[in-house]
Write a protein that binds this ligand. Structure first.
Ligand code: MGD
Ligand code: MGD
Ligand code: SF4
Ligand code: MO
Length: 670
């Protein structure tokens, strides 16, 4: 029998994790500990249920891998030997190392490194940014995800808010392009099913036959990195068959003629050759798209993670403009809705951004290993597990092993990165500190109060960065420092959102909870038009926008390795709970000539690294494509490294994003 000191309490909360659904939650707390987490209906997308990862949150919060105290490395780098120290010692040490780096080499020797984290609004780019700006630290180009999609969406539409998930059932055709909601946003699946029940047709564009592809009316399986010719062929078809909406283009777009010219060479036959999708299927898709209304493109992130990613996303986002699909509920596109909310980030930071050097996070290994002026001597990783999630993992590991580098890892659990750090700081979880979260899919802003007692001595980002600032003499009177002060600063420009949030616990962006594109939401470009061939993007792409860069496979490395999201982790978050080995998925047609059977140990290798794992035959993959998921930890493979060790640190054509799915490999039996 359990004896409760305090009566159990139930709190309303919201999930800020890096997931488009932004669930509204109900959290049961006993004696300061979270005992149960479930979904509510406050955010209509949640519809009363949540994923199993967050339902099992107590295992993450109170499991053996939770970091409970600050700790200092006592063994060799990477040995995992640490001794507990007090917060006072830890903060003094962090401050001393940063002061020393700045005195010796200048502030740019300090590199803050952060990305997915909890994805909450208060725990990144608030007191942390203030500290690093005032130190004159290097700035980070946060490009590991959504860099190419972000550039394309900004260039074409100024990040216009997209169709609400809850409007899926209004569509007659839904195209899932490079997105797998069964893993990466489960609430979209029931809304898609509802749309199908109401007669909508479903098209899936994905190199593997996902669960949703099995239920689709049409599944196009391009080779990874070839969505661009596919989308251009559809655009060409729309113009050639007189199905382009020339009136819409004249009234609301620029660059229509130029786009048509660039799409012209992409006949279905030529696109078929480049993408591996039969020409008849391309035409069938084009006709279906032209004839359906409302037609919705749900564009994901799977198509951006390669050399052609930016142009591919731009071409996909051009479809609803060329096809005239806007202006009706359920028609248009949805990608990221992160731009839908107007926050006063500058007020929360309270310090202008300096013009210090910018370091691209995808090149972390190179930056740590190759001569830089000044060198990076302090790496401060928080909201991020770079050893598990950045490309060119072996280089990152060698960088972390550098004796003259001082690495601080600030996290909730003993990640692969934390094990290589010199100083480890315990972070609170979103139920242990006050957080505010906005969906980047669901169009909602919510608060999640601190409802549980922090595990061990864990402290929040907001608190820790403010305290380091004080120790370095960088704090100023009036700096917003508490969660409340930061929330007020962020919402300074929107009285409406602030009152809605206070009164209802949830708020919509200015475009409302379910905007119709070109009725309630318009391009946020200066002239409010769609720019189909924006000059800035055309200049940025190495060979111009919509230029197709050929397949990087070679005779030595003929297989394309993709690493999509799974339902087990969110990026690498929760990976400590996945104890099993993760197999390499390979098509039976690729396994047979290599003498590989399910369960065999295999070597997956290229010039960057070799990864040893078990094999699992998967007939749903496109032949020539192999799969190791994203988010694996070193304990999930036999060799202690993952898909990221095989991923090049090259850049996407727009936004200098990561090219995980440009990994080309050979697989042999071990
Ligand atoms: N459970 C869970 N949810 C998550 C995440 C997670 O890790 N786990 N991650 C979150 C984050 S950070 C993000 S960015 C999103 C990502 O979510 P998604 O947009 O779904 O992105 P991915 O999982 O990278 O890939 C989606 C699909 O693209 C396919 N794909 C791979 N290469 C190509 C290609 O070249 N062309 C096309 N058309 N398809 C391709 C893959 O097979 C995969 O099925 O999900 C978020 N939600
Ligand atoms: N092979 C391959 N790799 C990929 C991708 C891929 O497609 N293929 N996709 C990439 C994508 S889409 C993304 S978004 C990146 C994400 O990569 P990361 O930014 O590394 O994200 P996570 O792996 O979720 O790690 C976030 C860490 O932040 C910690 N954290 C959470 N909340 C807090 C907090 O309040 N304070 C502090 N201090 N820490 C906190 C979590 O415990 C976790 O360890 O990974 C990329 N990596
Ligand atoms: S991770 Fe996604 S599905 Fe799971 S609770 Fe959070 S928002 Fe909902
Ligand atoms: Mo991401």
């Amino acid at each position: 029998m359990t004896t409760s000191l305090r009566a159990p309490e139930v709190f309303a909360s919201a999930c800020p994790l890096d997931c488009p659904d932004a669930c509204s939650l109900e959290v049961r707390v006993e004696d300061g500990r979270v005992v149960k987490v479930d979904g509510t209906r406050l955010n209509p997308v949640t519809d009363g249920y949540i994923c199993s990862k967050v339902r099992h949150l107590p295992e993450h919060l109170y499991g053996p891998d939770r970091i409970l105290h600050p700790a200092r490395r006592v063994g060799p780098k990477g040995s995992g030997d640490f001794a507990v120290i007090s917060w006072d010692e830890a903060l003094d040490l962090a401050a001393a190392k940063m002061r020393e780096a700045r005195e010796r080499h200048g502030g740019e020797a300090i590199l803050p490194f952060y990305y997915g984290g909890s994805n909450g609004l208060l725990t990144q780019e608030t007191t942390d940014a203030r500290l690093f700006y005032r130190l004159g630290a290097s700035r980070l180009a946060r490009t590991v995800c959504a860099a190419a999609t972000g550039r394309a969406a900004t260039g074409l539409y100024g990040k216009m808010p997209g169709v609400a998930f809850t409007d899926f059932p209004h569509a007659r055709l839904i195209v899932l392009w490079g997105v797998n909601p069964s893993a990466s946003g489960i609430h979209q699946v029931s809304l898609l099913q509802e749309a199908q029940r109401q007669g909508a047709r479903l098209v899936v564009v994905d190199p593997r036959r996902t669960n949703l592809a099995k239920k689709a009316d049409l599944h196009l399986a391009p080779k990874p990195g070839t969505d661009l010719p596919l989308a251009l062929a559809v655009i060409r078809w729309l113009f050639a068959e007189g199905k382009a909406d020339l009136d819409f283009l004249a009234a609301h777009a620029t660059g229509g003629e130029e786009l048509r010219r660039r799409a012209e060479p992409w006949t279905p036959a030529r696109a078929a050759e480049a993408s591996g999708v039969p020409a008849v299927e391309i035409e069938r898709f084009a006709r279906l798209y032209a004839e359906s209304s409302p037609a919705l493109v749900r564009c994901g992130w799977g198509l951006e993670r390669n050399r052609n990613g930016g142009s591919a996303v731009a071409a996909v986002l051009a479809l609803p403009a060329v096809g005239g699909k806007f202006g009706v509920r359920g028609g248009g596109y949805v990608l990221s809705n992160s731009g839908a909310f107007a926050f006063d980030r500058a007020a929360a930071v309270g310090e202008p951004e300096p013009s210090t050097r910018v370091i691209n996070m995808n090149r972390l290994g190179e930056v740590l290993l190759e001569r830089q002026d000044p060198p990076v001597t302090v790496l401060f990783a928080y909201n991020c597990n770079p050893l598990a999630t950045m490309p060119n993992q072996e280089k990152v590991r060698r960088g972390l092993a550098r004796e003259d580098l001082f690495t601080i890892a600030f996290d909730q659990v003993w990640t692969d990165t934390a094990r290589w750090a010199d100083l480890v700081l315990p972070a609170t979880h979103f139920l242990e500190h006050e957080e505010m979260s906005r969906g980047y899919g669901a169009l909602v802003l919510q608060r999640s109060p601190a409802v549980a007692t922090p595990a061990g001595e864990a402290r929040s980002n907001v608190e820790v960065f403010a305290e380091i600032g004080r120790r370095l003499g960088l704090a100023r009177p009036g700096d917003p420092e508490t969660a409340d002060e930061l929330a007020t600063a962020l919402l300074r420009r929107s009285e409406r959102m602030r009152t809605e949030l206070e009164r209802e616990g949830i708020a919509s962006p200015d475009c409302g909870p379910s905007p119709i594109q070109f009725v309630d939401s318009f391009p946020l470009t200066p002239d409010r038009r769609v720019h189909l061939v924006p000059e800035a993007l055309d200049r940025e792409a190495p060979h111009g926008l919509y230029f197709f860069q050929e397949e990087p496979a070679s005779d030595r490395y003929p297989l394309a390795l993709i690493s999509p999201a799974t339902s087990r982790t969110i990026s690498s978050t929760f990976g400590q709970l996945v104890r099993r080995q993760t197999p390499l998925e390979i098509h039976p047609g690729d396994a047979a000539p290599r003498g590989i059977a399910s369960g065999d140990e295999v070597r997956v290798w290229n010039d960057l690294a070799e990864v040893r794992v078990k094999a699992r035959l998967n007939p749903d993959l496109k032949p020539g494509v192999v799969l190791l998921p994203k988010g694996m930890w070193s304990h999930n493979s036999l060799s202690g490294n993952t898909a990221n060790a095989l991923a090049p640190d090259t850049y996407t054509d727009l936004g200098e994003g990561a090219c995980f799915n440009d990994a080309r490999v050979e697989v042999t039996r071990a």
